[in-house]
Design a protein around this ligand. Structure first.
Ligand code: NI
Length: 173
């Protein structure tokens, strides 16, 4: 088990499209374990492999928050196969620390993915889980939640965020 480094915007790897996973081996299981540990430690409700620099189509999600038991989903090659309704919830991202904004998403989704043994699974989701699934799958296509804001909001984000980064660098210098 190991904590992985989470890449932050504007790291160019976050804009890359991740590749489908074809080999379900010990290395993949280790990456999934390390991603889950990193997510829980952050803490966050979801993490996609490209956020830790691995351009593989795999995400980990646990929206059970402080409830017991934990509900960890490890989804390999996930895709939304059905969607219904609209929602607009506030989102954040471990790769964009300190910034939150409302994003338009589907309210309910059915997701198809493979588990770590390569078996196909399907799951219906609504609420926070539906939002998290869409957010994490976006990461696999190089899309951040801030890319889904209106162009005005996006340019406000860039200004504010880059200013924040500069201040952090000054403080660390
Ligand atoms: Ni994210």
């Amino acid at each position: 088990m190991a904590l992985l480094e989470i890449l932050h915007y504007p790291n160019p790897l976050l804009k890359e499209r991740s590749l489908p996973v074809e080999t379900f081996d010990a290395e993949l299981r280790q990456l999934a374990e390390d991603m889950a540990e990193t997510m829980y430690d952050a803490p966050g409700v979801g993490l996609a492999a490209p956020q830790v620099g691995a351009l593989k189509r795999m995400v980990v999600i646990d929206c059970s928050a402080h409830e017991e038991p934990a509900d960890l989903i490890v989804a390999v090659n996930p895709e939304v196969i059905a969607r219904e309704g609209d929602c607009m919830e506030e989102e954040g991202c471990l790769s964009v620390p300190g910034y939150f904004a409302k994003v338009a998403r589907s309210a309910r989704v059915r997701v198809r993915y493979q588990d770590l043994e390569g078996q196909t699974q399907e799951r219906d989701a609504d609420g926070l889980l539906a939002v998290a699934i869409q957010h994490e799958i976006d990461h696999l296509d190089g899309t951040l939640f801030v890319d889904r804001l209106s162009s005005l909001k996006r340019s406000m984000f860039r200004k504010k965020y880059l200013k924040m980064l500069q201040q952090q660098e000054l403080e660390e210098a």
